[in-house]
Every structure is written in structure tokens, then in C-alpha cells.
Design a protein around this ligand. Structure first.
Ligand SMILES: [Mn+2]
Length: 336
């Protein structure tokens, strides 16, 4: 007997577009209403309202018999599956800061914790992971399995704790990730966890071009050469050019770019005047997770301040005003 667990984010905002909600409800109803499989979800950071009075879109999930936790407290549900009592503790993103520890239910046969955030000491590739917000006490409570959400790549944290990974890639920082989901089998021993890749739109980061010494026609030729033997149809594609002289891109064939934009789901030609190392220093390290809007604004301002692009005083005012706007926008979600 089966059980479906979603460790968030389901939506990328508190108020997603209508077609997104409909799509989610239709597909989820196939699991719950049509197949009768229990489905539980703990909300992620993107879909958690910043104000407790705002209704989260994830609440719609309840209409199709999903058990969803999207508030600021732990939720617990005992699900009876083929005579086995499965205790599912849901720790949505809103609850992880205020919650010290979660403990398994002694009366359940199997205990699962579902939560969303960064575990302490996550070592995955060479990405900048952001600060851990899942305190170790939360996930060390002796659960048979901990289903983690937030980091987008399938990742084993411990023998009983895994990130299932996302079902799509969300930026070029994730170009090497394999989207999919995880099948977890729980018996008496260690959980058996299998990552199941799913077919998604291909994402291609073409080999970079160093354009030093190139004139417009040479750059156009280099672009044509890069795209000629790649299978770009329907793909999300990026081609980066570094060290480009002023004005050379205007020489790149418009017709070629139009054709690429037609063939690809998304084609971006990124042209940088500086060398690759300088551009990367300015952009900062690739990140595979996204924080709250406030965190992103802070990181954006900090990077530019450190690089001397903006003055200290301006940076402070900018940050202060920006945060005030974000707070006001959040409060408007309630009244509208
Ligand atoms: Mn998240």
C-alpha cells in the first residue's frame, strides 16, 4: 500500500495563477480521488504567507482530500494503510523556526517527518547553500524516515533522511540536476530509497565564448558554431560570452537569434564586457535554493556593496525602503 508525500514547495507563491492551481488539483485528484492513495504535504517557504492571517493557496489541496500543513505549527496525522498505522508529522516551513523538536508517535507503527528547509552541514556539490534553518533537534527525533524539501537535487542526508529533489530545473545553477522523485520503502531495516528520474524539458548551458579579439562577424561565427551541433529544439538554452568589446553583439545576425528563439523554449545570449572570473565574482556563486524575498534582496544589496558598485549610505537606504515595500505588499495580500 502506498502513500504520497510532498515536502514542498508545491507553489512558487502564496497566490499562484489560477491555471497553476487547477493543474495541481487535477493531477492530485488522480492520486487521491481516483486511486484512493493518501497524500500529505508540508508547505515550503514560497507558499507560506508572511502574515498569519493570509490564506495560503495550498489550502485548496484540502478540497481533493490532501492533508496539508501550511501554517506556523506542527501538524500530525495518523494514516491507516493496510492495517499499518503510519504517523506523519508535518513541519511546514512556517513552523521550523519556532519548533525545537518533533517526536515520533509511540502508538504508530511507522513514523515519518516531513519538513522543508536547509539541514545543517549539507554538503552537495560546490554550491553556496545559504544558512541552515532546520535545527538538528527537529530532524533527529528517531523517525523511521525524514522527507526533506527545499534543496532541488535528490540528496541523501542521512540513512533515514533524504531530499527528494525537484521535478523541474529552476535555473542554470541546476543544469546538472536530474529532476525526479523518490520512492521510499520502509520495512524493519534501513529505508530503501530510489530516485526516479522523470522526463523534463532539456536544459543546455552551451560552452562559453571568450570574445577577446573578436569582431562582430567573428563573434557571430562563434555563436553559429556553438549552436550548430546541439539539439536545441524545445530546450532551455544559455550561451555566455565574456570579454566582449563594446558593440560587437550588434553584429550578431538578428535572423540567427530569431531562429534560435523559435526553436528553443527559451534561448538567452548573455554578453559580458568583463572576463569570466570578474563576472562570476560580481554575480556571486551559483545557488540552488531560493530564500525569502527579503533574503534575496539583502544578498543582492550586499554583493553590490562589497563590490563597490553602490555607496554604503545608498545601499542602506535602498535596503530599508525595499524591505518596507515588501512588508507593505505582504499586508495588502490580506485586504484584497
Ligand atoms: Mn523552498
Amino acid at each position: 500500500m502506498d502513500l504520497v508525500i510532498h515536502s514542498g514547495d508545491v507553489f512558487d507563491s502564496v497566490r499562484p495563477a489560477t491555471h497553476v492551481i487547477i493543474g495541481f488539483l487535477k493531477q492530485t485528484a488522480r492520486i487521491t480521488a481516483l486511486s484512493g492513495i493518501p497524500y500529505l504535504v508540508a508547505a515550503g517557504n514560497h507558499e507560506t504567507p508572511r502574515l498569519r492571517t493570509t490564506t495560503a493557496a495550498l489550502e485548496y489541496a484540502n478540497l481533493v482530500n490532501v492533508v496539508s500543513a501550511h501554517g506556523y505549527e506542527l501538524d500530525y496525522e495518523l494514516v491507516e494503510i493496510g492495517g499499518v498505522g503510519v504517523g506523519v508529522t508535518l513541519a511546514p516551513h512556517g513552523a521550523v523556526l519556532g519548533t525545537g523538536a518533533a517526536t515520533p508517535d509511540k502508538d504508530a507503527d511507522i513514523n515519518i517527518l516531513v519538513t522543508h528547509g536547509m539541514v545543517p552541514g549539507l554538503e552537495a556539490r560546490s554550491y553556496e547553500m545559504g544558512e541552515a534553518n532546520l535545527k538538528s533537534g527537529l530532524i533527529e527525533g528517531g523517525f523511521d524516515y525524514v522527507a526533506l524539501g527545499h534543496y532541488h537535487e535528490f540528496h541523501r542526508h542521512r540513512q533515514n533522511a533524504y531530499y527528494a529533489g525537484a521535478t523541474e530545473r529552476f535555473g542554470f545553477g541546476e543544469v546538472g540536476f536530474e529532476p525526479g522523485f523518490a520512492i521510499v520503502e520502509l520495512s524493519d531495516g534501513e529505508p530503501e530509497v530510489e530516485h526516479v528520474p522523470i522526463e523534463t524539458r532539456p536544459m543546455i548551458d552551451l560552452p562559453k565564448i571568450s570574445a577577446r579579439e573578436m569582431d562582430a562577424s567573428e563573434l557571430a561565427e562563434a555563436v553559429r558554431e556553438r549552436v550548430s551541433d546541439a539539439d536545441l529544439d524545445g530546450a532551455i538554452v544559455r550561451l555566455r560570452v565574456y570579454d566582449a568589446r563594446r558593440g560587437v553583439t550588434s553584429g550578431v545576425d538578428r535572423e540567427l537569434l530569431r531562429d534560435l528563439q523559435r526553436r528553443c523554449l527559451h534561448f538567452s545570449l548573455e554578453v559580458h564586457a568583463e572576463e569570466e572570473s570578474a563576472a562570476e565574482e560580481r554575480e556571486g556563486p551559483v545557488t540552488a535554493v531560493f530564500g525569502s524575498l527579503e533574503e534575496e534582496l539583502e544578498a543582492f544589496v550586499k554583493a553590490r556593496r562589497e563590490h563597490g558598485e553602490i555607496e554604503e549610505k545608498f545601499a542602506e537606504e535602498f535596503l530599508e525602503k525595499g524591505k518596507a515595500y515588501l512588508t507593505r505588499a505582504a499586508s495588502e495580500e490580506v485586504s484584497s
